[in-house]
Design a protein around this ligand. Structure first.
Ligand code: HPA
Length: 248
């Protein structure tokens, strides 16, 4: 049976409704994970969960040990990852409150350990990354959303910024010109590492603010947190249907 993992981002330090059966702090050749891996049952169906920013949301995006996180999930037997991500909206149709499964990425990050092919003399594989997201998993998310009666935007380009600061208005204008619809801080190197380790990977993005300069209102953490709370119920319901529908 293929094992599914959810990586929780901002607002998802734990997963609502998941009955934990096992928690394990894992050490990998890259070091330790952001938080203990949680294995449990969601409505009786098996699921792994990992809090990307740590149990206390203490890790900023550029300090996350992405390699340890993805390696640990692979070692645990996970074959597919749904990564939750709070994002800013850039495309006019990506207003706060919109849920989206992006189909493309542009990586603006730097100085992150971003590959498992990092040891001199150990060889390298140049993984295919034309389509950075797993199409079957994206389609399963879209089908689950349709079943649950939840609007989910199909496709979009996720621009990954370095953070932890938010962007300038000019940076968002440049990202819009580049074709980015969304901006977030964590999809890379996560997506590429999943590909290198042979795991299916899809992002379920939820828009929590307009990108910098696209609205007259200042971007505040209070407003972002309020929007995360407003999205949480739909995300929980959508993922419950996804897990329910998985074969096995
Ligand atoms: N920029 C980058 N990352 C984000 C944003 C943003 O505006 N909102 C939520 N995550």
């Amino acid at each position: 049976m293929s094992a599914l993992a959810i990586i929780g981002g901002s607002g998802f330090g734990s997963f609502p409704g998941l009955e934990a059966q096992e928690r394990k702090q894992v050490d990998t050749r890259y070091g330790t994970t952001s938080a203990p891996l949680v294995y449990g049952l969601l409505n009786g169906r098996p699921l792994w969960f990992l809090a990307r920013h740590g149990p206390e949301h203490q890790l900023p995006p550029h300090r996350i040990n992405y390699r340890a996180n993805i390696q640990a999930l692979a070692d645990a037997g996970c074959t597919a990852i749904v990564a939750l991500g709070a994002v800013g909206g850039i495309h006019p149709s990506c207003a706060p409150g919109v849920l989206c499964v992006p189909d493309q990425l542009i990586d603006y990050t730097y100085e992150r350990a971003h590959s498992v092919f990092d040891d001199e003399g150990a060889g390298v594989e140049h993984v295919e990354f034309t389509q950075p997201y797993d199409d079957a998993l994206r389609r399963a998310l879209l089908a689950a959303a349709a079943d649950a009666g939840i609007a989910l935007r199909d496709g979009g380009t996720y621009g990954v910024s370095q953070g932890p600061r938010l962007e300038t208005a000019a940076e968002i204008r440049r990202m819009a010109q580049d074709g980015c619809d969304l901006v977030g801080m964590t999809a890379m190197p996560e997506a590429a590492l999943a590909r290198e380790l042979g795991l299916g990977y899809a992002t379920l993005a939820f828009v929590v603010n307009w990108g910098a300069g696209l609205s007259d209102e200042a971007i505040t953490m209070a407003a972002i947190n309020a929007q995360i709370e407003r999205c949480a119920d739909e995300i929980g319901r959508l993922l419950a249907v996804l897990v329910e529908r998985r074969p096995g």
